[in-house]
Design a protein around this ligand. Structure first.
Ligand code: NAD
Length: 314
């Protein structure tokens, strides 16, 4: 049994991580300030005697009494709507929050895992993206607050590894979907799902030819835990290489929901990546991991969750 701290533990991915770690028999301490997550994401775990949820802003301090074996740093606004509304908070949690989380790992001699992102590749000029690609990010555009915060967090993580010998790992997470995504978080899948389920037009950005590669959350969590329990430092891409255009994604969601909504085209956000596809050779060969949930199967599961929670669909 390990004693694991998850920052951002009440968020979408954090809640799935806490759930899986508990199911695997570990003790979990979730730290969250609920800026984009909510206690109800982990309400079902609160009765567990190996789970604690502590309201903490990790940019202020990170203090956990007793031994800690692993620190998983997932706190950060993550959807464009959130980080465009919270630009300074996003940069603070990527910088000062990461510094505090690394400090905890150093103090406790714990393994540290940073949740980085495919956005570290920006609008990529190499396709698909291997971990060796340095990326193409606009630091002064509106999305720079998220992309550069994560790039800074990666650099800080490597500095703690080299300077303080902290046992670190970096995962670059590609677009993930599943239960407990917020229907109004602005990402394509929840937007299309709530539009299709309420009979409103599906709003596709640009002409919809830009591509995304989406992974179902269960596959992602399995990949992250494989990295955590390995001795790799990363960065390691965890994503599903199945690539789809955004228009095809909208059409698939419309078909799977049986909706007769129209598809309409709206303006594309500034610096929206044109292509996105992970090269997962490293995870396949070094972790023996690859995704197992197919494109339509994963979408059906996520849509099932949205259907079961009509009260959340705007
Ligand atoms: P989320 O917004 O659902 O979860 C983030 C959590 O962090 C929230 O519960 C929020 O309240 C918390 N948080 C934010 N600032 C904090 C602070 N200062 N102190 C304490 N808690 C704070 O987002 P998510 O989709 O679950 O993303 C989790 C992590 O994974 C993020 O670091 C994100 O960058 C990364 N990631 C997610 C995706 C994805 O597809 N969901 C892709 C790439 C990377």
């Amino acid at each position: 049994m390990t004693r694991t701290v998850v920052t951002g533990g009440a968020g979408f991915l954090g809640s799935h991580l806490c759930e899986r770690l508990l199911a695997d028999g570990h003790e979990v301490i979730a730290l969250d300030n609920f800026v984009t997550g909510a206690p109800n994401n982990v309400e079902h775990l609160l009765e567990h005697d190996r789970f604690r949820l502590v309201k903490t802003d990790v940019t202020e301090y990170v203090h956990v009494p007793g031994p800690v074996d692993e620190v998983l740093h997932f706190a950060s606004p993550a959807s464009p709507i959130d980080y465009l509304l919270l630009p300074i908070e996003t940069m603070k949690v990527g910088s000062i929050g990461t510094l505090h989380a690394l400090g905890l790992a150093k103090e406790k001699g714990a393994r540290f895992l940073l949740a980085s992102t495919s956005e570290a590749y920006g609008d990529p000029q190499v396709h698909p993206q291997p971990e060796t690609y340095w990326g193409h990010v606009n630091p002064v555009g509106p999305r720079g607050v998220y992309d550069e915060a994560k790039r800074f967090a990666e650099a800080l993580t490597m500095a703690y590894r080299r300077t303080h010998d902290v046992d670190t790992a970096i995962v670059r997470i590609f677009n993930t979907h599943g239960p407990r995504m917020r229907p109004n978080d602005g990402r394509a899948i929840p937007a299309f799902a709530s539009q299709a389920l309420t009979g409103r037009p599906l709003t596709v950005a640009g002409d919809g030819s830009q591509t995304r590669s989406i992974i179902y959350v269960d596959d992602l969590i399995t990949g992250i835990l494989a990295l955590l329990r390995s001795d790799l430092s990363g960065p390691v891409n965890i994503g599903n290489p199945h690539e789809t255009s955004v228009l095809h994604l909208a059409e698939t969601i419309r078909a799977l929901t049986g909706s007769s909504s129209d598809i309409v085209f709206v303006e594309r956000p500034v610096d929206d990546p044109t292509v996105r596809q992970p090269d997962i050779t490293l995870a396949r060969t070094q972790l023996g991991w690859e995704p197992t949930v197919g494109f339509e199967e994963g979408l059906s599961r996520t849509l099932g969750w949205f259907r079961a929670h009509p009260e959340l669909v705007p």
